[in-house]
Design a protein around this ligand. Structure first.
Ligand code: AMP
Ligand code: MG
Length: 337
């Protein structure tokens, strides 16, 4: 299959929407990462998404709608807390797990009786949803297990020849996937996957916000994942990634003892001055680090890094999302100094 590369012109956006309406799969930009978009109600199209990614069938797809009121078409019950959260955070990088109705095929929900609903804020993504007239199932547009794509070039690297088209809408703003939450009680939620909508932000509306233990720790044998994606190896480049939780000075000392030709460090901007070993920086603040992390993991592969030591991000605010992606990229290998 030849994969068409669309621009962000109005005509190309309409062509992308038309392809999705016809049951094709298209790589599309969002404010989090690029998605592999298909009509969420079309089982055949959704199966192509799973096949193109090599995604396990029990890992559900998030369904994207143009406005939160459309969630009512695909769910059997919406708690009032969800409406309050939607008022504050939709459109934006928040996915709410709700009871699905029969319109959402089991293939889309990975066999679960719930569905994750999100209202993206990206203007092009919004137009594609409106013009296609479909709710759009869109997982991250990478091959399963690899770092998520934050620009059209990354999507082409992984998906060229596997899907009908990719639309180039520039670089994704946040750079990590949406925050996924489920509803615990009338006024509390559980974060299943951290993202740019943080615990602190949710606490402005919710009485309690629980951080699911799988965010920071490997699941034990037989333990069930509240968020199926958390049980798979994820976000990994070819290089062996190891996270180092330390101060800047201790990190530098550690690398001096573990340096090698194909060893790279992924450090904060403020660690960079006179850093004498192979390195890349990934920003300073949690928001910057979220924006750069997946791009840097891909770049480290392209320079031939075999071992990558990452100075760990902080676990607060958006930093928790970056930490969560990196600890998975590292296969839970963390050195604490
Ligand atoms: P991705 O499509 O790559 O952004 O991954 C979506 C992730 O959202 C999945 O791997 C799950 O961890 C989570 N998710 C989506 N739908 C549900 C659901 N119905 N219940 C729990 N977690 C979900
Ligand atoms: Mg993904």
């Amino acid at each position: 299959m030849k994969t068409i590369l669309f621009s962000d012109s109005a005509e190309d956006i309409s062509s992308a929407a038309e392809l999705i309406k016809k049951g094709e799969v298209v790589g599309i930009p969002t404010e989090t990462v690029y998605g592999l978009g298909a009509n969420a109600l079309d089982e055949k199209a959704v199966r192509v998404v799973f096949a193109a990614k090599g995604r396990p069938a029990d890992n559900p797809l998030i369904v994207h709608v143009a406005d939160f009121s459309q969630a009512e078409n695909y769910t059997s019950y919406i708690p009032s807390l969800a409406y309050k959260l939607a008022d504050k955070f939709c459109p934006g990088p928040l996915t709410m797990v709700l009871q699905k109705n029969d319109k959402i095929p089991m293939v889309t929900s990975g066999g679960l009786d719930t569905v994750g609903i999100r209202v993206p804020s990206h203007a092009i993504m919004h137009k594609i949803i409106v013009e296609s007239g479909c709710p759009i199932a869109a997982p991250s547009a990478n091959i399963s297990g690899l770092p998520s794509p934050t620009c059209a070039v990354h999507v082409m690297e992984d998906m060229n020849g596997r899907i009908a088209a990719v639309l180039d809408g520039g670089t994704s703003e946040f750079g990590v996937e949406s925050t996924v939450i489920s509803f615990e009680t009338e006024d509390s939620v559980r974060i299943l996957r951290p993202g740019a909508i943080t615990k602190e932000m949710l606490l402005e509306i919710c009485h309690e916000v629980i951080i699911d233990p799988s965010i920071l720790k490997e699941l034990e044998d037989g333990q069930e994942a509240a968020s199926p994606g958390m049980k798979y190896k994820h976000y990994s480049p070819k290089a062996n990634v190891i996270m180092v939780e330390s101060s800047s000075a201790d990190f530098r000392r550690f690398i001096s003892e573990n340096d090698g030709e194909k060893v790279y460090s992924l450090i904060y901007n403020s660690d960079e001055k006179d850093f004498p070993y192979n390195y890349m920086t990934y920003g300073e603040t949690p928001l910057e680090q979220a924006h750069w992390i997946f791009q840097r993991l891909r770049e480290l592969d392209s320079v031939g890094a075999e071992t990558v030591y990452v100075r760990a991000p902080i676990k607060e605010g958006v930093g928790l999302a970056v930490y969560n992606r990196l600890i998975r990229a590292a296969g839970f290998e963390v050195i604490r100094i």
